[in-house]
Design a protein around this ligand. Sequence first.
Ligand SMILES: [Zn+2]
Length: 378
Amino acid sequence: MNASLRIAKIFGIPVQVHWSFALLLVWIIYTGYKEGMGMTDTFFLGLFVLALFLCVILHEFGHALTARQYGVGTHDITISPIGGIARLDRMPEKPFQEFMVAVAGPLVNVAIAVVLSGFYVVKSGAGQEEIQNLVYGVLVRDSNFFPETTSPFDFFMLGMIALNGILAVFNMLPAFPMDGGRVLRALLTLRLGRSLATRVATIVGQVIAVGLAIYGISNGSVITVLIGAFVFYAAAAENRSVRTETFLSRFKVSDIVRTQFTRFSLFDTLLSAARAFHHGYERHFVVFNEENTPAGIISEPEILQAIRENRLEQPIESMMNNNIHPLSPDNSLKDVLHLFQTEGVAIIPIIETGELVGVVDHQMVEHFLRTQRKLRKF
Ligand SMILES: [Zn+2]
């Protein structure tokens, strides 16, 4: 079951909606019913929420298209009721590039707010004070500033302007995973280096997270407490992943490469792969063609599927995947981690001067990290 529904492909980037987005539509209908709004008003509220999420998507495209400038692709953009996320292949590590990619999202919202404001001023002929009051009226419920006579057009425009402003400010909070956290890390990296900068940015983010949680508890706002908890763990996760990356960048593939491995040909049966798998030593295998070059991978999920579906008499070729991304012994272990994360490969053939000299898989990297941790080197 796919949790997200693809709705479009824009600039070559798939845009998808998470299934929980449907809950938002239910919420709109429920709110319309509870508040005694008519069909038209409920429809209008729905339109307003959809327009807001369009702004969120544009925000994510701000990140994605800026990243593209630096040669970083985007896997997809997904929106859910709690916001959007652009899954970049990686975060650029050069501080300036990371800064630009992070800041591009909030800047999109600022640009939308500015353009809509200009349009609104021209269209409505409202004075500056009037606009300030109206924006305040949108932001603060029950405030006296919001005139009874506000037209749907006023409400829509001012609501959009105010909410885009909020989106920009909220995202610039200096806490991972918010954009402001990355901006802070990029700026700190200039002075401290990436690893230390991440640690400092993590601490700043966690202090803010605790502040959010305390604020939420004292105000009885469950959402704020949840955001606080989320930010706290996201900061810790970011710190852990950068620490691991930094550590692995000090080692080469040749430090852990396994030179003994089982070779399969396209025409071996899945049974032989399942047997080797059951020994437990190897879980993923490289499959060779007649010219004795790697043709594909047969990994744990495919082997398990073959066992489940009683296909063990069939040749390996029928289940093999073509996701081959070779590296050389001189690549760093950070490159290995990167391939696991971005390409979802299970095993990497290691090629030296055209010859396959060994393999590296996920378990080997984990084993390496575990061992280094026991030796207190990591
Ligand atoms: Zn963002």
